[in-house]
Design a protein. Structure first.
Length: 125
C-alpha cells in the first residue's frame, strides 16, 4: 500500500488494488486519515515510520515465523531505523484462516510493552 502511495495512488485506486469493498473501504479511508494525521504519509507519498522506532496504528507487516510458544510473529515491511524492529505478535483471524510464512498483511497494530499485537485487516497479494 505504501508503495502505491509513493507512486501517487489515490484512495480509490488503493481500495481497488487491495480488493476492498463496502465497510473495508471505510476502514481504509480511516487508516489513511490516521496515517496522514500522524505525519507518516502525505497525500501522495510515504514518509516511513515514526522517528522514535514506534509503529503506526496500522501498517504493512510480513509473517516471519513462530515463537517457542507457537505464536505467529511478523516484522514491519518498511522499518527505517538502525535498531531492531519490535516484536509483532499476529492475532489469529476470526475466520480461522491463519496466514502463512511470508504472507504480507495490512494490520491494525497495538503496542503492549515492548511488543505489538497485530489484528489482520487484509491479506495482500
Amino acid at each position: 500500500m505504501l508503495e502505491l502511495l509513493a507512486n501517487g495512488a489515490n484512495k480509490r485506486e488503493l481500495a481497488k488494488k487491495l480488493g476492498l469493498k463496502g465497510s473495508d473501504r471505510i476502514i481504509l479511508k480511516r487508516i489513511l486519515k490516521e496515517l496522514q494525521a500522524e505525519g507518516l504519509i502525505d497525500g501522495s507519498a510515504k514518509k516511513g515510520f515514526t522517528k522514535h522506532g514506534e509503529l503506526p496504528e496500522a501498517g504493512l507487516i510480513e509473517v516471519t515465523g513462530l515463537d517457542e510458544d507457537g505464536e505467529m510473529l511478523a516484522r514491519p515491511l518498511n522499518w527505517e531505523s538502525n535498531e531492531d524492529p519490535p516484536l509483532i505478535y499476529v492475532m489469529p483471524p476470526k475466520d480461522g484462516g491463519a496466514p502463512a510464512l511470508g504472507d504480507r498483511l495490512l494490520a491494525r497494530l497495538e503496542r503492549h510493552g515492548e511488543a505489538y499485537e497485530a489484528r489482520i485487516i487484509r491479506r495482500l497479494d
